[in-house]
Write a protein that binds this ligand. Structure first.
Ligand code: F1P
Length: 387
């Protein structure tokens, strides 16, 4: 899989928040984690296929019953992405809620989702709201709970009936990149196995190798584009499952560059938010197979309004080449289901480039911590059901 390592970092010493010059180059950790995704995906697939533990776990979970995912931040957008894909693939009710939404109306959320199996996703395994949700479920229900974490030893795993650990996919950086795409691919693989779609499994198997080539061809283009000029704010647009990639992209941009970023369902952008379109707004489109034609018309409209446009599409068209300031093709023959992990990477690279351009260190974003751990006084945990 060896290819020239893409250059996505300008050499610049980082200053840690305390102003002391840190020993590392700013953003170096995040850049390494972004570029390590193909190898991390291979490791995830290898361990999934070899691991009888996984088979045992998943034999107790049913593809024919409704699923509820509970998570926070990037892990919530990851859960939404998985749920959107599984609802289509498994043809069963799959939904995701932020842990805080669950905590203040647990009975209502469970009733609405009709779920008997709940997946709690937390890279750190420490996020207080997720742990409180797991505690409530354990104390008040008989649902099966699957904890998904990159931590080898977390409170989450003690609270759940089953646990999936991906320590090799964890980051040292604050922001989630390879943990997001590795967990996404693990569940995509599981979904494909649930429905016995061997073609989909093969499509997922092909992704790491193709991503190495894609990174070599595109990573530096995105770095250069994110570095060459300043933008006042950022918009990310996506349809269907891509809407949740747009949400994650906006969070990445905000976390890595402390920039103002919004996300919308692509065609919703016409219904009001379009008023912000200007040269200083960078609008990124994640084109979907189902709506690509309509989405491309909107690209042209916004270009005419003078907006700066970045398009992530599987295949270019003459109109997209004409209208996009940067057009990045995934160029895969695989079905859209197997392309989402790769489609996640452009915004990771863009956020890194913009953060570095602003003189920040995306490895340690200001105001943030790797996990949100709340004191006992923060927010009332869901009350136990009265006996
Ligand atoms: C969830 C999360 C991250 C976010 C930041 C704070 O963490 O909200 O998504 O980027 O790191 O924590 P986790 O529950 O997945 O560990």
């Amino acid at each position: 899989m060896k290819k020239d390592k893409p250059r996505i970092l300008e050499k610049r010493r980082s200053t840690s928040p305390g102003g002391k010059s840190a020993s590392r180059v700013a953003g170096q950790q995040t850049a390494q984690e972004i570029l390590s995704q193909p190898a991390t995906w291979l490791e995830t697939a290898r361990l999934f296929e070899q691991n009888a533990e996984l088979d045992k776990t998943f034999v107790k979970l049913s593809p024919d019953e409704p699923w509820l995912f509970v998570a926070c931040g990037s892990s919530y957008y990851l859960s939404r992405t998985i749920a959107a894909q599984w609802a289509k693939l498994l043809r069963v009710a799959c939904t995701a809620v932020p842990a805080s939404e669950f905590l203040f109306a647990p009975d209502e959320v469970l009733r609405r989702s009709d779920a008997r199996q709940v997946v709690l996703v937390s890279r750190s395994g420490k996020t207080t709201e997720v742990l409180r949700a797991a505690e409530w479920l354990k104390a008040n229900t008989a649902v099966r709970t699957l904890g998904v974490t990159c931590s080898n030893d977390s409170v989450l795993q003690d609270l759940c009936t089953h646990v999936l650990k991906l320590p090799w996919a964890d980051e040292k950086s604050m922001v989630m990149t390879r943990s997001f795409t590795s967990i996404l691919l693990l569940f995509e693989r599981l979904g494909a196995k649930f429905v016995g779609d061997s073609e989909l499994v093969s499509a997922l198997d092909a992704l790491p190798e193709k991503t190495v080539a894609w990174l070599a061809a595109n990573a530096d283009k995105i770095r250069a584009f994110g570095t060459k000029r300043r933008y006042a704010d950022f918009v990310f647009l996506g349809q269907g499952a891509h809407y949740w990639l747009a949400q994650e992209a906006a969070l990445k941009m905000t976390e890595m560059s402390s920039s103002y970023a919004q996300s919308y369902h692509t065609l919703e952008f016409r219904h009001g938010p379009k008023s912000i379109a200007s040269r200083d707004t960078l609008i990124t489109f994640f084109l979907s197979d189902a709506a690509a034609q309509e989405e491309s018309l909107l690209v042209g409209e916004l270009k005419k309004l003078g907006a700066s446009i970045f398009v992530v599409a599987n295949r270019a068209t003459p109109a997209l080449r004409r209208d996009a300031d940067l057009l990045i093709e995934l160029g895969l023959d695989e079905p859209e289901y197997a392309r989402l992990a790769l489609a996640t990477i452009p915004a990771q690279l863009l956020g890194l480039a913009v953060g570095l351009r602003k003189g920040l260190n995306p490895d340690v974003p200001k105001n943030l911590t790797r996990a949100v751990v709340l004191g006992s006084k923060n927010g009332a945990a869901a009350k136990r059901r009265s006996a």
